[in-house]
Ligand binder design. Sequence first.
Ligand SMILES: O=C1O[C@H](COP(=O)(O)O)[C@@H](O)[C@H](O)[C@H]1O
Length: 237
Amino acid sequence: MVHVVEEPTALLRELASFFVTKANEAIAAHGDFNVALSGGNSPKKLYELLASAELSSQVAWDKVNFFFGDERLLPADSPDSNALMVRKALFEPLQIPENQIFQVNTTLPPAQAAQDYAERIQAQFSSADAVFDLVLLGLGDDAHTASLFPGTSVLEEQAAGVKEVYLEQKQVYRITLTAPLINKAKAIAFLVYGASKATAVQQVLEGEKDTHTYPAQLIKGNVHWFLDKEAASLLKK
Ligand SMILES: O=C1O[C@H](COP(=O)(O)O)[C@@H](O)[C@H](O)[C@H]1O
């Protein structure tokens, strides 16, 4: 489903309200809400909005478990750390205790960090399979999502799990949920705004099927695209 909203502020409010609804549904159904968060720049304002006085009262935060869709293998205090951004925007204002935060251990070597994160995710779910209630995702200008980047071997991964990815150009390792794990989620929401994303949005949603070039095409299931007018501007439908 594609939700197009005139401008980013209203878009963020719509996605925040979707988040609150999904949280309350999950808590009513099974007592907790397991959400995987996105990183980068776009979601920072969403997290600040969720932590605001108006919205924070609408969720039982002590019943929310926070995971990450991807992380950069950098020191935890690096300004490029996804977890650090979320800590400042959401966890610190809401005083979320550490036992509800499941972040990648970036002090481990890449393969071990991925394995360790997969095990900690699995241990948190009582069912045989880890199934997130909600996965939040972004979209890069190059059509990557989480750390599923064009041309990387993780795009071939058939197992629901966590993998390390080496980005040659950036010379950095990332840790990412695989597409099969993301796709098991009960709901998936992309947040994409700004004109720089318009081409990628069009390629992913309406372009030829080529998951190696447009990795976000791997994401399937109950997928909601939250777009502002600029990001949606090249869509034909
Ligand atoms: O590198 C990343 O980029 C994507 C997109 O970020 P955005 O700021 O351009 O929306 C993000 O979803 C991912 O978590 C992050 O590690």
